[in-house]
Every structure is written in structure tokens, then in C-alpha cells.
Design a protein around this ligand. Structure first.
Ligand SMILES: *Cc1c(COP(=O)(O)O)cnc(C)c1O
Length: 233
């Protein structure tokens, strides 16, 4: 990519707009700005857009696919340093080894089998990614995440039996529902279980999510633009 193309790349401006909106939402909610972390979601985005965000100072990213993260981050970490990568996509138990190696935070811990696989890999590798438990706040049949009813017992398994470092909760609300209710519920569940992180809110609704208690918002499209159709890999 030549210098001219770089200079018109809109990612840095989009990123600044999102940061400004987060600032405004915090002000409106009377919350300190440092309570909210922006995760830039790079799934299926071309590398030059990720690099534009890095060059604009963004250091916290979200990934949905183990393979894409594996192709992308080892080299970029070496170049930029102090990067934090969050796994926010469905994670198969047989990828637990890669996940422990690649990610700083895994937000999609949602079942005993995966908890056990992660505990085993953490012990083996001596790396300790921070963990969020994904909650199915909309109680949707097809959706990943532990049900609100089984959250307490699942957390007990993770923390007491498996000694996992669970720091927060994450949710993807039903597409047709207001994020406000789900953010408020997730924040309440986090508080009741002594967890400090609440990951909810995406491009369409992160301002509202912040008003209702989100500490981590996951924003892709508003920063990077529309995702190109996924290439076969
Ligand atoms: C893709 C994705 C996002 C970002 O979505 P946008 O609408 O592009 O901001 C956030 N969270 C999860 C879990 C995702 O899969």
C-alpha cells in the first residue's frame, strides 16, 4: 500500500469517533471513562485496517476465529508490543491449547468440557489468560452461553474446582431485543458474583450498553467498516 492510500484510510478517524462516543456515553452515565474498555473486533477484516488501528494507538482487539488470530497476531505482537487479544468467538475444546497460547482474555467460556480443557492447558503451559463466562441472557435455544439459572453452579465449578481466573461475564443479546435490558442483567449478575468485567455492546448499541453497565464493548464495523465477504481459507 502506498503513502497516499494510507493517508486516506478512514480507520483512524472512525476509531476516534467511536472513542468520542464512548466518552460521551460515560459522561451521560456519570461513569469514569477508564471503566470502559474498547475492544476493536477485527474478524474477517483485511490486515491493512488492523494495522491502521494499531498505528492510531489501539492495542486491544477481539477475534472470533482461532485460525485467523494465529495467522495475524504473533507477527503483529512482535512489531507493536503490549497488545491484548480477546477471544470472543465460539471455542471448541480441542482448540483450548491454541487459545491459551494465543489470547490474553478468553470471553467465551461457556461449558464444563471447555473449562476442563482450558484448566488443563493453563497448567501445562503456565500461561494464565483472563477468563469471562459467556451468559445466554436471552435464554435462546441456539445461542452459546450458560443459562442464567446455571451461572452460579458453573462459576463454582470454574473457580473452586478448576481454580480458573474468572474476571467477568460476556453476552450477545438476541438481535431483535434492546441491549439495555441485557446489559443491566449482565451487570447485575456480575455484581452478584463478585466479577468486575461486563462485556456487552457492539457497533449498533455500545453507547446504550455503557449506560447500563458495560465495562467492555466489542466494536467491529464502526471502526473498520463493513466486513468483506469471508474468503475461503
Ligand atoms: C462480530 C462481533 C462483534 C462486533 O460486531 P460489529 O457489529 O461489527 O461491531 C462483537 N461481538 C461479537 C461476539 C462478534 O462476533
Amino acid at each position: 500500500m502506498d503513502q497516499h492510500e494510507l493517508s486516506v484510510n478512514p480507520v483512524s478517524e472512525r476509531l476516534q469517533t467511536v472513542r468520542n462516543r464512548i466518552e460521551d456515553a460515560c459522561e451521560l452515565a456519570k461513569r469514569p471513562q477508564d471503566e470502559v474498555t474498547l475492544i476493536a473486533v477485527g474478524k474477517a477484516q483485511p490486515e491493512d485496517r488492523i494495522i491502521a488501528a494499531l498505528d492510531a494507538g489501539q492495542r486491544i482487539f477481539g477475534e472470533n476465529y482461532v485460525q485467523e488470530a494465529k495467522n495475524r497476531w504473533p507477527a503483529l505482537r512482535e512489531h507493536y508490543g503490549d497488545i491484548e487479544v480477546h477471544m470472543i468467538g465460539a471455542l471448541q475444546s480441542n482448540k483450548a491449547g491454541d487459545a491459551v497460547e494465543l489470547f490474553d482474555v478468553i470471553q467465551t467460556l461457556d461449558r464444563p468440557k471447555l473449562a476442563q480443557a482450558l484448566a488443563k492447558e493453563i497448567a501445562k503451559q503456565g500461561r494464565h489468560p483472563r477468563l469471562f463466562v459467556q451468559v445466554n441472557t436471552g435464554n435462546e435455544d441456539q445461542k452459546a452461553g450458560v443459562s442464567t439459572d446455571s451461572l452460579v453452579s458453573f462459576l463454582r465449578l470454574c473457580r473452586e474446582e478448576l481454580k480458573l481466573n474468572v474476571e467477568g461475564l460476556m453476552a450477545i443479546p438476541p438481535v431483535d431485543e434492546d441491549v439495555a435490558l441485557h446489559a443491566a442483567l449482565l451487570a447485575k449478575l456480575a455484581n452478584a458474583n463478585a466479577l468486575s468485567c461486563v462485556s456487552i455492546g457492539m457497533s449498533a448499541d455500545f453507547d446504550v450498553a455503557i449506560r447500563f453497565g458495560a465495562t467492555h464493548v466489542r466494536v467491529g464495523t464502526e471502526i473498520f467498516g463493513k466486513r468483506p465477504p469471508k474468503a475461503m481459507s
